[in-house]
Design a binder for this molecule. Sequence first.
Ligand code: LMR
Length: 338
Amino acid sequence: MKLFAHWIVAIAAIATMPSALAELPLVIRFSHVVAPDSPKGQAAQRFANLVATRTQGKVRVDIYPNGRLYGDQDEIAALLMGSVDMLAPSLTKLKVLRVPEFEVFDLPYLFADIESAHRVTQGQIGKDLLGKLAPHGVIGLAIWDNGFKQLSSNRPVHMPTDLAGLSLRIQPSKILETQMKDLGAKARPLPFSEVYNALKTGAVDGTEGPVSNFYTQNLHLTQKYLTLSNHGYLGYGVLVNKKFWDTLAPDVRIALEGSLKEATTYANDTAQRNNEEALMAVEQSGKTKVIQLSADEKLAWQKALSKVHQQTDGRIPKELIERIYQESGYHLAAVSMR
Ligand code: LMR
């Protein structure tokens, strides 16, 4: 009789298990390398909030910022292995998925302003590039802005020639190496998580990046000057592991897509403001002197960097570069520079 009662309890427990499991939220692990209050950090958080609302808590997005879970060196491998579900690496970092075309975004002065960047990233070219990722196990869902890169160092830099001999941190990229070489500087590819220490210990003399990353990584505590060169664009590809995506129920996928659409609008509407606020914070810190360039100095930068566009050594198809020029208006800007 006692045994029978045990059986009843056990059967009852098993019978209630599926519904208990059904109530567990589906967790999406979203890892990134920047601070929570950077443009990417804030957009990821907005995405997580939207997903929670749209799925009424059935799906939860857990965010791992600051490379806490994975850094530049291993995050894409982790995504492919399914150790993490979503990432948003900078566009140039996507080339390790065997889509070298993503390095095109490193070309200096490719976009005169954020609107011309959006015509490419949010238009057909952006879609086509993201579409190239699927055969490599990853779905490219969206492109988010950070913004335009500035140049920091412990030497006041006005003209490109002021960089001669400096060792400058870059993201791993042949185009960025060429860019630094053309400026007379030494390019030092380093993972993002190592930049602060490399600057602090003097292993490198300076770096490039949007002010939002500069400020939220405390780089202003290590650098005396920040030159507002706006010499390149930094954006992100929002990625999800394809196998994981394919297992999702259609209604979950719809909710995620809708949330991402809204989060993308938010990301691209607020990134510029985030960079402006970071610039004010850097100025107020009194640690780093911000250098504005005169019109002549800006032109000198554009001229010094224009030949990088002819030095891509066939890694990026010419047609893609031409297509981007047409969309961004770079060809017009280049003509006016001559
Ligand atoms: C960098 O390595 O400088 C950036 O890609 C970091 C980031 O994700 O903004």
